[in-house]
Design a protein around this ligand. Structure first.
Ligand code: URA
Length: 434
């Protein structure tokens, strides 16, 4: 077999066998297939796509290319959750302690942020002392004894995906459904859970800009999960505006704590309840979604979810006092209000531009190796549907570097569309694929 023949076959729109795919993927990982041939292969997939069987095979090859986590020593059904990435998406930080406080074991591996979307690991590291790199033994031990652990993904989890993703990133081949689905699912399968809840974001701040392509991605991932014997469900959720009112690491953790106290933004709490309900149902903690939703709301009202968050912070080396004293979080003291240029309603928001404005301040990385500033970001005072007067603040920028503020303001002003008419209400959950 030669890489040339596999590229040609895919370029001509033919279905690949598992052997052919394995030859390309593992050859690339081992350095036998050069970058230029893998890049050509990825571009062929980009234009000719893959069917369900090919996606299943690609996922299988990538998930078994490195370490796999065995969660069988942890009693109960283990359910993982994954978001395709959004702006202000801090759901894992709220959801994990919520479901863990209801008895579902949470053994979570999360990523760092890249581009305009944030990552759970960065957010957690804005809590002074919090360790996201635990040994596997400590990770398991924490889940066994405390029901929760959230760590950074180990270097050797699905290394084939890691290497291919880096090449996709520089060859304009990220946004192809089979490649995204197999990339995400390879890591979820290697992470060892029994069931998977997927939050597929749709809208201006997401990979998938419309419901139809988001549905295709959700179907592809659910199909891969099921073929691997994992109960999998995907929720299609709104990312036409940022989730909650904060974007940026420490600011988002502040909002997480407020949400766990029952004082957070409604969209964030509601989304966590919807995703959590699916997790409790799959984990056999609740018999149906309605009772799961009730259990989750009670976990906030009773303070159980906040207690579990405090416990998580403590067992991973962070300062647990943060739940009572938010000033422990290092949030920049330099602020700038971005004022509305006219009267009107916020008719729509371009969430990606808000994410870019936050990244410009230093809260996100343009490249993987960039260092980020955990203390900066944006607090939104007005979101889609809100009335605003000329000169009233749309949002507050938290910054350290004066030289970055003007570019950030420019992106914010482009993100807001103001009109005289009130926009139609957009649903938080557009649909469920299972
Ligand atoms: N997230 C991933 O992990 N992989 C993709 O391909 C896209 C988003």
């Amino acid at each position: 077999m030669r890489p040339y023949d596999v590229i040609l076959k895919k370029r001509n729109g033919k279905k690949l066998s598992k052997e052919e795919m394995k030859f390309m993927v593992m050859g690339f990982v081992n350095g036998e297939v050069p970058d230029y041939q893998m890049a050509a292969f990825l571009m062929a997939v980009y234009f000719k796509h893959m069917d369900d069987e090919e996606r299943y095979d690609l996922t299988e090859i990538m998930s078994s290319s490195g370490d796999t986590i065995d969660l069988s020593q942890i009693p109960g059904v283990k359910v993982d959750k994954h978001s395709t990435g959004g702006v202000g998406d801090k759901t894992t930080l709220v959801l994990a302690p919520m479901v863990a406080s209801c008895g579902l074991p949470v053994a979570k591996m999360s990523g760092r942020g890249l581009g305009h979307t944030g990552g759970t690991v960065d957010k957690l590291e804005s809590i002074p002392g919090f360790q996201t790199a635990l040994t596997e033994e400590k990770f398991m031990d924490n889940v066994k004894h405390h029901g929760i652990a959230i760590v950074g993904q180990t270097a050797n989890l699905a290394p084939a995906d890691k290497k291919i993703y880096a090449l996709r990133d520089v060859t304009a081949t990220i946004d192809e459904i089979s490649l995204i689905a197999s990339s995400i699912m390879s890591k979820k399968l290697a992470a060892g859970a029994d069931g998977i809840v997927l939050d597929v974001k749709v809208g201006s701040g997401a990979f998938m800009k419309d419901i139809s392509s988001a549905t295709d991605l959700a179907r592809a991932m659910v199909d891969i999960g099921k073929r691997h014997g994992k109960e999998t469900v995907a929720l299609l959720t709104d990312m036409d505006k940022p989730l909650g009112l904060t974007v940026g690491n420490a600011l988002e953790v502040e909002e997480v704590i407020e949400t766990l106290k029952g004082k957070g933004p409604k969209d964030l709490e509601d989304l966590c309840v919807e995703l959590g309900a699916q997790m409790l149902r799959i984990g056999r903690i609740s018999p149906d979604l309605d009772s799961a939703r009730k259990t989750l709301r009670e976990s906030i009202e009773s303070g159980k979810a906040l207690d579990k968050f405090r416990e998580l912070v403590e067992i991973q080396g962070g300062n647990p006092g943060v739940t009572d004293d938010l000033s422990i979080l290092k949030i920049s003291s330099k602020t700038h209000e971005v004022l509305s240029p006219t009267d009107g309603y916020v008719y729509s928001m371009d969430a990606e531009k808000i994410g870019i404005a936050s990244m410009t301040l230093g809260a996100g990385r343009a490249r993987k190796e960039d260092k980020i500033d955990l203390s900066v970001g944006i607090k939104l005072l007005k979101k889609t549907g809100d009335r605003v007067q000329k000169g009233e603040a749309l949002c507050v920028l938290y910054y350290n570097d004066d030289g970055k503020v003007n570019d950030s303001i420019e992106s914010i002003l482009k993100a807001y569309t103001l009109k005289d008419v009130k926009p139609k209400h957009v649903k938080l959950v557009h649909g469920v694929v299972q």
